[in-house]
Design a binder for this molecule. Structure first.
Ligand code: 5GP
Ligand code: ZN
Length: 113
């Protein structure tokens, strides 16, 4: 837990968020600035800077599984969706706590910008 990390503060409850799904390891909540009809962030409860420093395969598996559960909850599992994790500067990461973006509800384009 890092007091300076906004996603740790969401986990701790001091910053409000609209939670979509949650378990002991991971948490999913709506992005503040949605880029698609469904835009949910899935994070490990434990502070981890990014995928680059992830060291626990079971924890990563739980985060990924929760992303798939979010897609089912949001009703986009059959229509399709995208799961993205931005890592570091060139990856476009702006919040230094590992997160997956679950995006869906519209046709995604490729390549991403
Ligand atoms: P990144 O750019 O690091 O891949 O993604 C960070 C995401 O966090 C952005 O999509 C941004 O809209 C979202 N975000 C930033 N601050 C907050 C916040 O306080 N609450 C929520 N729910 N989302 C946030
Ligand atoms: Zn954090």
């Amino acid at each position: 837990m890092s007091d300076s990390c906004i996603f740790c503060r969401i986990v701790g409850g001091s910053i409000p968020a609209t939670v979509v799904a949650s378990n002991d390891v991971a948490m999913a909540f709506r992005d503040l600035s949605p880029q698609a009809p469904t835009h949910v962030l899935v994070i490990p409860r434990r502070h981890l800077a990014s995928l680059a420093t992830a060291d626990d395969a079971a924890e990563l598996g739980a985060v990924l599984s929760l992303a798939a559960e979010v897609a089912r909850i949001e009703g986009i599992a059959d229509s399709g969706y995208r799961v993205v994790s931005n890592v570091g500067g060139d990856g476009g990461q702006t919040v230094g706590h590992l997160h997956l973006h679950v995006l869906g509800g519209r046709q995604m384009s490729w390549p991403p910008g």
